[in-house]
Design a protein around this ligand. Structure first.
Ligand code: NAI
Length: 296
């Protein structure tokens, strides 16, 4: 199956942490990339951030100056979803809410062409459910990237019950052509990684509540001795507690409140306080100048 060719237009809806990363990867791969967000300056901020990343890559000799300029020029903010009409692939990276995603895709269906593929970056919501009310649910597929998108190779290509095989194959081939390592998976709650990772967070949170050890010790043990790339708390801070709490709730509900997936009161508290992790400067750790310090 052929990948979506460079030069064609990819629209990214939602320009937060994930949308910005996806837009960067798509622009680097040669696509015209349209970014949309309901937050006034989010898309411009994302594009400015990507520009800075490209400049750093040029400085380090990992990207040519001309290549970087061209990729930067391929990124464009759009002020209305209607401007996404020319897209052949739309990737949604908005808030982790079934209603919000359904609403968005219903609107997009009335805007894009009949061959446009609609992809969701949802971490945990059923792709079958997101697509269920569409006129053409066969063109809705999960394209689940990992954070930070430019660095993480894995992309889970998620097929809901109605997803067309060709659609999943095109998205798989496209992710490969973007330098990623995609895998096909069926739409089950949490898919592969978020399902396996739930107990990693849940047990770490239980250990903390039982005062077995502090955050830094638990992270250090798993990172430095356990062989994990990141400890559970620093990883939750990176993901964002709003996002991670939504994913926990969604997996818990999808498995009929299986106690293994019970959300932690600590997650609820962090979200209520607005301590969402790196993106707000505070989560389990405090952040400033890219240096993580233990939150008191
Ligand atoms: P974020 O909070 O950084 O960004 C979400 C953006 O979407 C915000 O800028 C918000 O203004 C915008 N938005 C919300 N509703 C919108 C709408 N209806 N139309 C257009 N824009 C809208 O969140 P993040 O971390 O980028 O996550 C986005 C999606 O990606 C979620 O579904 C999340 O579960 C998924 N995801 C997140 C990962 C993570 O590590 N943070 C990893 C993989 C997937």
């Amino acid at each position: 199956m052929h990948a979506i060719p460079p030069g064609s237009t990819v629209a990214v809806i939602g320009s937060g942490a994930m949308g910005a990363g996806i837009a960067q990867v798509a622009a680097t791969a040669g696509h015209q990339v349209l970014l949309f967000d309901t937050r006034a300056d989010a898309a411009d901020t994302a594009i400015a951030g990507i520009g800075k990343t490209y400049a750093k890559l040029v400085e380090k000799g990992r990207m040519g100056a001309v290549e970087s300029d061209l990729a930067r020029e391929r990124l464009k903010r759009i002020a209305s979803l209607h401007e996404a009409a020319s897209a052949v692939l739309v990737i949604e990276a908005i808030v982790e809410s079934l209603d919000a995603k359904r609403f968005l895709f219903a609107e997009l269906e009335g805007i894009v062409g009949q061959h446009c593929i609609l992809a969701t970056n949802t971490s945990s919501i059923s792709v079958t459910a997101i697509g269920a009310q569409l006129k053409h649910p066969e063109r809705l597929v999960g394209m689940h990237f990992f954070n930070p998108v430019p660095l993480m190779a894995l992309v889970e290509v998620i097929s809901g019950l109605a997803t067309g095989r060709d659609v999943a194959n095109v998205v798989h081939a496209t992710a490969e052509s973007w330098g990623k390592s995609p895998v096909h998976a069926k739409s089950t709650p949490g898919f592969i990684v978020n399902r396996v990772a739930r107990p990693y967070y849940a047990e770490a949170l239980r250990l903390l509540l039982e005062q077995a050890a502090d955050v830094a010790t638990l992270d250090a043990v798993m990172r430095d001795c356990g062989g994990f790339r990141m400890g559970p708390f620093e990883l939750m801070d990176l993901i964002g507690h709003d996002v991670n709490f939504s994913v926990t709730n969604s997996v818990f509900a999808a498995y009929y409140n299986d106690p293994r997936f019970t959300p932690s009161i600590l997650q609820q508290e962090l979200v209520s306080a607005g301590f969402l992790g790196r993106k707000t400067g505070r989560g389990f750790y405090r952040y400033g100048d890219d240096v993580a310090k233990l939150a008191p």
